[in-house]
Structure formats: structure tokens, C-alpha cells
Design a protein around this ligand. Structure first.
Ligand SMILES: Nc1nc2c(c(=O)[nH]1)N[C@H]1C(S)=C(S)[C@@H](COP(=O)(O)O)O[C@H]1N2
Ligand SMILES: [Mo]
Length: 223
């Protein structure tokens, strides 16, 4: 057969066409990071910033960091207002690998870097009557915990993931690393932390039927 070389070229071009159009289908939006994210830490494989599924109630928030303030309010002796730089320079910094599990069935294992929520709130001197900690975000999202969840555990307010500053899509400037809780407790774009005595406070998803304690080892439907 004379046209064997031609057939091979034809088959090869079809193959190339197919593979390029297929990778097109699987293309992901790639998030720009200020530094290259790491994908392994102390021998552990990490997920990527691009492995999250964007499902925030109002889409990504773009915070103007020059006017941004993190407020500590409610049942405290001293109300506090911190700028982004003050948070990064005032408090001891911690690193921790923690997995976020969304109720939709996906999860991401990330190296988080941030400050301890307990260090932050102790500066405001919580009132002894305070038993609840409420987090509020720039998109109107809220979530809450019993206060001792943040004082008895090393719960981080993170500004970096996989060694890179959080991108806007992932909660810049701060996301709560709500270890052992479902993803809806991991509030992004945090702007205010309110101390309260309302144990029954319900956040955005909690007031729509998701469990208030949000424990990962239990169903997320409120019983
Ligand atoms: N401010 C704010 N934080 C939020 C949300 C939101 O809609 N707004 N969604 C939550 C949910 S349901 C999950 S699973 C995690 C991770 O969501 P992401 O993949 O959209 O970053 O963020 C949580 N934090
Ligand atoms: Mo979620």
C-alpha cells in the first residue's frame, strides 16, 4: 500500500486534534498566586488552591486592603480594630496542615498559616458572660461556635495557604480554619468577630437547616 505514510499522518493529526480539544474540556480556572504554592509539606501531599469548588453565596469578594479592618466587638472589655498589617505583625504565627470537607462531597488538604483566634480575642478581654463567638464576613455570611471551641483548640485565622497569600477567591485577607468542622464553618473574608452570650445564634447555612455545631463526624443536617 502506497498511502500508508499518509494514513499514519492522518491518524496522528486526528489524535492531536482530539487530545487538544479534550484537555480544553477539563481546563480549570487557574488562580494567580503572589508566590508559587507548595504541594508537599513534611512528606505529606497537599491539594492545590485550584482544587476548591467556588460556591460562595455571593461569589468572590475583592477586599480593599488599605481600608480593611478586622473588628472585635460585643461582650469584650476593649473593642478592637486591626489593620491587615497589624494582624500579621502583632501575633505569633502558626502553620498547620488541615483538610476542609465541603458538604457537597469534595475535600482539600492544605498547609495553612495564620494566627490563633484565642490570641486575637484575648487582646479584647472577653466578658465572663461571653459563651459564643460569631464570625461575620464582607459578603454578609456569618457562622458561630461555642467560645470554648476557639479557646480550647488551636484554631487558626489564616492569611496563607500552601505558602502563598490567600487569593481573593479563597477568602483574602482571612479564612477561618475551622478544624474538625464542615466547610460551611470555614468562613472567608472575615471582617468582624463578635463575642456573645447567645448560644442559639445561627449563621447563614445554620439558619437554613445545617447543623449548628457543624461537627465533621456527624451529619450536617440539623436533627
Ligand atoms: N464569607 C463566606 N465564607 C464561606 C462561604 C461563603 O459563601 N461566604 N462558603 C463556605 C463553604 S460552604 C465552604 S465549603 C468553604 C470553602 O468554599 P470555597 O471552595 O468557595 O472557597 O467556604 C466557606 N466559607
Ligand atoms: Mo461548602
Amino acid at each position: 500500500m502506497k498511502n500508508i505514510p499518509f494514513m499514519i499522518i492522518l491518524l496522528l493529526s486526528i489524535l492531536i486534534l482530539l487530545t487538544t480539544s479534550f484537555t480544553g474540556c477539563f481546563e480549570q480556572q487557574n488562580i494567580q498566586l503572589d508566590a508559587v504554592e507548595i504541594r508537599e509539606y513534611q512528606g505529606e501531599k497537599l491539594s492545590s488552591v485550584n482544587d476548591f469548588r467556588e460556591n460562595s453565596i455571593k461569589g468572590p469578594q475583592h477586599i480593599n486592603i488599605s481600608t480593611y479592618q478586622l473588628k472585635i466587638t460585643g461582650l469584650v472589655a476593649i473593642q478592637k480594630n486591626y489593620t491587615y498589617d497589624e494582624i500579621l505583625t502583632t501575633f505569633q504565627q502558626y502553620k498547620k496542615v488541615v483538610t476542609l470537607d465541603c458538604v457537597e462531597g469534595w475535600s482539600v488538604k492544605i498547609l495553612w498559616e495564620g494566627i490563633l483566634v484565642s490570641d486575637l480575642i484575648s487582646q479584647a478581654h472577653p466578658d465572663p458572660a461571653a459563651n459564643t463567638i460569631i464570625f461575620k464576613a464582607s459578603d454578609g455570611y456569618t457562622t458561630s461556635f461555642p467560645l470554648n471551641y476557639t479557646t480550647d483548640n488551636t484554631i487558626l485565622l489564616a492569611y496563607k495557604m500552601n505558602n502563598a497569600t490567600l487569593p481573593p477567591e479563597r477568602g483574602f485577607p482571612f479564612q477561618l480554619v475551622a478544624e474538625s468542622k464542615w466547610g460551611y464553618k470555614w468562613i472567608k473574608w472575615v471582617t468582624e468577630i463578635e463575642l456573645s452570650d447567645n448560644l442559639n445564634y445561627k449563621g447563614y447555612w445554620e439558619s437554613r437547616g445545617y447543623s449548628n455545631n457543624g461537627n465533621l463526624n456527624e451529619s450536617f443536617f440539623e436533627k
